[in-house]
Design a protein around this ligand. Sequence first.
Ligand code: HEC
Ligand code: HEC
Length: 349
Amino acid sequence: MDQPQKQFSLHFTGVAAMTAMLAAAMLAAGMVSARASAAEGVPRGLPAITEPAENPSTPEKIELGKQLYFDPRLSEDATISCASCHDPAKGYSNAEQFATGVGGKKGGRNSPTIINSAYNRFHFWDGRADSLEEQALGPIQNPIEMKMSLDGVVERLNKIEGYQKQFQKVFGTDVTSEGIGKAIAAFERTILAGDAPYDAYQEGEKDALSESAQRGMTLFFGKGHCSACHSGPNFTDNAFHNIGVGMDAKDVDKGRQVVSKLEGDSGSFKTPTLRDISRTAPYMHDGSMKTLSEVVEHYNKGGIQNPYLDEEIFPLNLTQQEKDDLVKFLEEGLTSRQYPDVKKPELPE
Ligand code: HEC
Ligand code: HEC
């Protein structure tokens, strides 16, 4: 399917330059509009944000999206908001193995963080949504998440004067489902985490990382083989891989295969970002690993053997010291120094 990056060297500038070139090409093709350059507003270490030409951000739209994101009235019984499962206090995930929706219903997948989802090419563990605008309308209607019909949520929000006024101002219409998706997406594009000790180190601050984290970084890009998939400024190749997680379950989650219909994608999931990874335990699509040490041990043994296992997954033969250093790099090196700790805003009446 996808070509994992094969180099093991510290090749950061190359990746950043490629990302910038790609963004420039997309801009030239009129596919996207750039909101911010690396110089204005985007945390250190991250490339400029691109957004769909039909949904340019404005401060009013972002503010509206923030209210919608935190508003439980988007769910059937007005108990669950986006923030219930993507909670800023919990790394924009929910600290549980599985998400719990309306009526205490549990799904079968772990809540991924929405940090840096602005950079994602695909959304959901299996990549079934192409844009944040499209993605946002999914959970509202999902019977085990917010369980509302789009008509129902539009009708309910149209009765709230504060929303009606804001939609008129931002979109020139009453509340529409399209507007809900656009406003929430615009807000999500502001949830960015960069400026970690790793970024400072890259820019020459050699004491930004402890010695253990520096050794861990060398392992990450070398013997540990992690950057074969967790590559680029957001530590993801935006591709799908079977890394041998959950393949021994009674009812195996086929992941990407359900979307692509390709046999070879069986048990493949999207490579997640590793930025602020220490905040979002438990880990993996099935929330099966409680700690980063467990994750590293998983890779060290080469994952669970299965016919679809990615060729980049194999036993690493790391020493205990190397495993500890790798964990240290993930925890210390990739934790943002300016975490986007958004508080619940006042909701309109
Ligand atoms: C009941 C818990 C729950 C609620 C409520 C919820 N989500 Fe999610 N969210 C999840 C789970 C679980 C996934 C992963 C599902 C999958 O991959 O199949 C997910 C995936 C996502 C993703 C994709 C992230 C990625 O890296 O692929 C985004 C973005 C997102 N949700 C935003 C939202 C927004 C916006 C709302 C509110 C409109 C919302 N979620 C409400 C649990 C929830
Ligand atoms: C072959 C590609 C590939 C390689 C190599 C790889 N990863 Fe991953 N990583 C993934 C994918 C795909 C997932 C999600 C898998 C799933 O949920 O089933 C993942 C998940 C993770 C997670 C959990 C993230 C979360 O939000 O739940 C961590 C942590 C992680 N990887 C760290 C590492 C480290 C450390 C290494 C090197 C030792 C590494 N990865 C090597 C592709 C890879």
